[in-house]
Write a protein that binds this ligand. Structure first.
Ligand code: IMP
Length: 446
């Protein structure tokens, strides 16, 4: 029984790819429900279990546990084609979602027109001599654009054949106009789109549900996870604008993204890699270029799960991590990929630099970074399962991160597998008071 009804937000504190899928999968063992609250199939979660490796893009990462109810909240944009294919893939592997997958009718759909427009816009930016955002080209930005412009197609509208035809026709008219006139590209065929969507609707509509009601019910008897996608630094407002994604990735978006009332108490867990990575363009103050960046990229196998692109790599940026903790009220950190530093003699941390006014000056080249260098460790973090198994140097590293960020590390992921996990304290007991949150603002030099 969860008398407080407190729900747990699991979010990335960096530019995505912090290993949220693994953490959500791990915490799902002790949860009743998991709800994705923003983003779309631009996310990519790789889950490694005894049964093998599974990549999920839109199905919530708790899905591999048969006892877990999974939900897609209204802050998310859904590609029906991708969702059907993930559901089929899981089904083939013996993981059935029927009866435990719940989709909010207010979710907007990502259609083939959005995907084409995203891709052409990126290519055009290069042709015009401008800079690409470096999007995943999955149609996420254009789908959110149609949502705020009040012309999008919502999941629930698939249940009304007449409405679906009307909305699709008017959306396609616009998408085809842009494809033809702006990009001189092939138009999409209305009948073909309609046939595809009707078939997808047939498969997905039985999963339409009152997601908020379902989550409120589940929260009365157990833990509910609210799963973020991307990360804090890709947030539309807080992130390195304009090199961001098109949704709010912060914890404050978890309740509206799941459709929940603001009276629901939240606990926020923030995930950080032991170093920083980024795919796509945009500023990256601690980026390592050349051989050292390559070493980190190879050691961490840093290729995007969604696009296969090589990730840019750099040392852990504690200035940005502190900002993520402050803005999201993070009560506990989970550190991933610490095992990547097994065998390294030195590990650096960026402890301070000037942020510019209000921390929004992303165009400034950062040249005043203060570094702290810690020595590495002998022994291995990889595969450790208990705190006492960790090499002393690795524990020192974690203690230093805790000190410099001012937030406890509740767990460390020590490898890709589900069991590669060391827990220092119960993540479901992590808490951050208003006083602590307020102190982060008054003590900040930003
Ligand atoms: P979009 O979300 O596809 O529009 O891409 C916008 C920016 O967010 C690009 O820099 C992408 O590389 C980045 N991005 C989107 N989703 C992810 C993710 O799941 N992990 C890491 N980066 C992402």
């Amino acid at each position: 029984m969860n008398q407080s009804g407190c729900m747990t937000v699991v979010m990335g504190t960096q530019w995505g790819d912090e290993g949220k899928g693994k953490v959500v999968d791990r915490l799902s063992e002790r949860s009743r429900a998991v709800c994705r609250y923003q983003g779309g199939h631009n996310a990519g979660h790789t889950l490694v279990t005894e049964a093998g490796s599974q990549i999920l893009h839109i199905v919530p990462a708790g899905a591999l546990h048969p006892h877990v109810q999974v939900a897609i909240g209204r802050g998310t944009v859904i590609s029906p084609a991708q969702l059907c294919s993930e559901i089929d893939d899981l089904q083939m592997k013996g993981i059935a979602l029927s009866g435990r997958m719940h989709i909010d009718p207010r979710c907007h759909l990502v259609l083939p027109g959005h995907i084409s427009l995203d891709s052409y816009a990126e290519s055009r930016a290069v042709e015009m001599g401008g800079q690409q955002i470096g999007t995943t080209r999955k149609g996420i930005g254009p789908a959110y654009e149609d949502r705020v412009a009040r012309r999008g197609l919502r999941f629930g509208e698939l249940a009304d054949d007449k409405l679906m035809r009307e909305r699709l026709a008017s959306l396609l008219e616009r998408h085809n106009f842009l494809l033809r006139e702006r990009y001189a590209a092939a138009e999409l065929d209305e009948q073909e789109q309609l046939d595809m969507l009707s078939a997808q609707a047939e498969q997905l509509l039985p999963m339409m549900a009152d997601v908020p009601a379902h989550l409120m019910e589940q929260a009365q008897s157990g833990e509910v996870l609210l799963e973020g996608a991307q990360g804090y630094l890709l947030d539309l407002d807080e992130g390195s604008y304009p090199f961001v994604t098109s949704s709010g990735t912060c914890a404050a978006n978890a309740l509206p993204g799941a459709g929940l009332p603001p009276t629901v108490p939240l606990r926020v867990l923030g995930l950080a890699k032991a170093y920083n990575t980024r795919v796509g363009n945009g500023p990256f103050p601690t980026e390592l270029t050349g051989k050292r960046g390559e070493r980190l990229q190879q050691a961490g196998a840093e290729w995007g799960a969604t696009t296969g692109r090589q990730r840019r790599c750099g040392w852990l940026d504690l200035v940005l991590l502190r900002r993520a903790v402050r803005h999201n009220g993070i009560a506990g950190l989970v550190i991933s990929k610490l095992d990547v530093f097994d065998g390294w003699s030195e590990i650096a941390l960026a402890t301070d630099y000037q942020q510019g006014r209000y921390g929004t000056d992303w165009s400034r080249e950062v040249t005043d970074i203060e570094w702290e260098t810690l020595s590495g460790w002998s022994g291995k973090v990889a595969g450790c399962r208990r705190p006492e198994d960790l090499p002393a140097g690795a524990r020192d590293y974690l203690t230093r991160v805790e000190e410099l960020v001012g937030t406890p590390v509740v767990a460390v992921s020590t490898g890709a597998g589900r069991e590669d996990w060391v827990e220092f304290s119960d993540p479901f007991q992590a808490s951050a008071s208003f006083t602590e949150s307020a102190a982060r603002y008054t003590s900040s030099s930003e």
